[in-house]
Design a protein around this ligand. Structure first.
Ligand code: UD2
Ligand code: MN
Length: 576
């Protein structure tokens, strides 16, 4: 069905997922300032410490290390110091052709040295930090399917060039059934020449990144597993701050700041340290602005580790024993997607910690589209993976996911009994605990009376966000029963929410807008009366009414008159 989740066609097509979003996050544009002010769930914040305690590493396993000198720029070579590469006009056609294959500018990547220099993007204070003299070793695991040669090899070289040698046990490559010539014998020969032990494993059949990482992890000899995507560049001093967190507490899972390597010019663009990971009702990962409370917890120190509700997924380090204790990955997940939220919820709910370490920076080529195939279909794969997250970890909040994506109800989730058993065995906390303690800024309301479509009694049409951005007017449309833009929650705080936004009326005659929920009642407070079925706006005392005519699809406020156009159907359950 073309209408169902058609915004999943470009893998999860979340606006904050792709390149533009990443750049916006990097430059801290378009990420609404209001994000800081959301006080949806007001509760005490207490991070449980009763995790799966692992003993500290024995001293004999730790290694003495020295900081690595910077990689020197190589003369006039393009892209040095992370600069943009511009393709001469006469090669533009070639560039565009080559773009298709990887969904990034391969021509540019191919022009850049495999050892290119980068600027030191760290805060001054990071450069002065003293990390423990003894740190655990790590194996860097890189999985790939049909990755381009230069991006893959540059990932490897940037790891070798910028990691203290005693700490880098080995590099583990996992080829997930690639079909490219250069990833065959050529790669096998090439890795033999490297100064760091590098092993290559291949999946027999296309397994997807989750099972490919599990295969790589099985062979890890280091004490810590560090995962990277196959199109990354590690920067100066990236590794020590990550390992320094793990050596202190082995149940800490740490991510670097993920900088942006432009998919068009390969420019290295520094990302903001003021964003962290969240997710929306569709269970897409999203970047949001770090709230004031987390800044305060860190005493305003922007170099201090940041407790993030979720991680992007590709770039992180985790103690090897902890990785297995906490349940590695869900093997029932295919190809791409969902595993990052699954691991984030699991780590927090089961007593671990998830952090972004702002002194560690690694670049990543963010793409707008996936270059590779999704056996089984993108929608099925992404819906299936996310449904497993909802089923196992989210308790009743999984309903938000199904309400947004009714199509997910028709996709088999597969067997989740083992994952649920894991959750029991580890005595993991509830999703409510997670929302209250780790992510009170989440747009999933703690308490709500209703979740679903809001249908007008007279016209039988439904309220519809029309997919607009924050600030746009609320619309209406034929009730399609396909979730998405017609899903609203009526919350205990008397908000009518759609994902990030709330119905907001600033003027009795003005439009009703979708505005970022502020949780402070005001223009966003509405009272639903189950008898009269009216939705009354508290501030104006007026009632939500059907649109003026059938040409205008905008509901409005009118003096309450008990007409059918002011009646709205919701199965509200005032359970409190
Ligand atoms: C992000 C993560 C990615 C993963 C994904 C959700 C970052 C920077 N990247 O997507 O690591 O968590 O969200 O699932 O946080 N691959 C395979 N087999 C496959 C498909 C992909 O080996 O069937 C490889 C791929 O070549 C790449 C890695 O997995 O090296 C991640 O894939 P991606 O780069 O397409 O994912 P991305 O960055 O959009
Ligand atoms: Mn990637």
């Amino acid at each position: 069905n073309k209408n169902v989740n058609n915004d999943y066609i470009v893998k999860g097509n979340d606006e904050f997922r792709g390149k533009k979003a990443a750049i916006a996050a990097a430059l801290q544009k378009d990420i609404d300032e209001e994000d800081t002010n959301i006080e949806e769930n007001e509760v005490e914040h207490d991070v449980g410490d009763d995790g799966l305690m692992l003993p500290l590493y024995p001293r004999s396993r730790l290694k003495r290390w020295q900081p690595v000198p910077p990689v020197k720029p190589q003369g006039e070579s393009p892209g040095e110091m992370g600069k943009a590469v511009n393709i001469p006009i006469e090669q533009e056609k070639l560039m565009l052709d080559k773009f298709q294959e990887n969904q990034f500018n391969l021509l540019a990547s191919d022009m850049i040295s495999l050892n290119r220099s980068l600027t030191d993007v760290r805060f001054e204070k990071c450069k002065e930090k003293q990390y423990p003299e003894l740190l655990p070793t790590t194996s860097v695991v890189i999985v790939f399917h049909n990755e381009a040669w230069t991006t893959l090899i540059r990932t490897i070289w940037s790891t070798i060039n910028r990691s203290p040698r005693p700490l880098l046990k080995e590099i583990i490559l996992v080829d997930d059934a690639s079909e490219k010539e250069h990833l065959g014998k050529k790669l096998e020969d090439y890795i033999k020449t490297l100064s760091v032990p590098t092993r290559l494993f291949r999946t027999e059949n296309r397994s997807g990144l989750i099972r490919a990482r599990l295969l790589g992890a099985k062979h890890v000899k280091g004490d810590v597993i560090t995962f990277l995507d196959a199109h990354c560049e590690c920067t100066e001093g990236w590794l020590e701050p990550l390992l320094a967190r793990i050596v202190k507490d082995r149940s800490t899972v740490v991510c670097p700041i993920i900088d942006v390597i432009s998919d068009t010019t390969f420019e290295y663009i520094q990302a903001s340290d003021m964003t962290w990971g969240g997710f929306n009702w569709k269970l897409n990962f999203r970047w949001y602005r770090v709230p004031e409370r987390e800044m305060a917890r860190r005493g305003g120190d922007r170099t201090a580790p940041l407790r993030t509700p979720t991680m992007a997924g590709g770039l992180f380090a985790i103690d090897k024993d902890y990785f297995y204790k906490i349940g590695s990955y869900d093997e029932g997940m295919d190809i791409w997607g969902g595993e990052n939220l699954e691991m984030s919820f699991r780590v927090w709910q089961c007593g671990g910690r998830l952090e972004i370490v702002p002194c560690s920076h690694v670049g990543h080529v963010f793409r707008d589209k996936s270059p590779y195939s999704f056996p089984g279909g993108v929608q099925n794969v992404v819906l299936h993976n996310a449904a497993r997250v909802a089923e196992v970890w989210m308790d009743e909040w999984g309903q938000f996911y199904y309400a947004m994506n009714p199509g997910a109800l028709n996709v088999p989730v597969g067997d989740v009994t083992e994952r649920k058993a894991l959750r029991d065995r580890l005595k993991c906390k509830s999703f409510r605990w997670y929302l209250e303690n780790i992510y009170p800024e989440s747009q999933m309301p703690l308490d709500y009376y209703y979740l679903g479509e809001i249908r007008n009694a007279e016209t039988s049409n439904c309220l519809d966000t029309l997919g607009g951005k924050a600030g746009q007017a609320l619309g209406m449309g034929y009730c399609h029963g396909m979730g998405g833009n017609q899903v609203f929650a009526y919350t205990k705080r008397k908000q009518i929410m759609s994902d990030d936004n709330c119905l907001d009326a600033a003027h009795p005659r003005g439009p009703i807008k979708l505005i970022r929920c502020h949780g402070m009642r005001g223009n966003q407070e509405w009272t639903y009366d189950t008898k009269t079925r009216t939705i009354k706006h508290t501030n104006t005392g007026m009632c939500l009414d059907k649109p003026e005519s059938t040409d205008v699809w905008k509901p409005l406020l009118r003096a309450c008159d008990r007409s059918r156009g002011q009646q709205w159907l919701m199965q509200v359950d005032f359970k409190w």
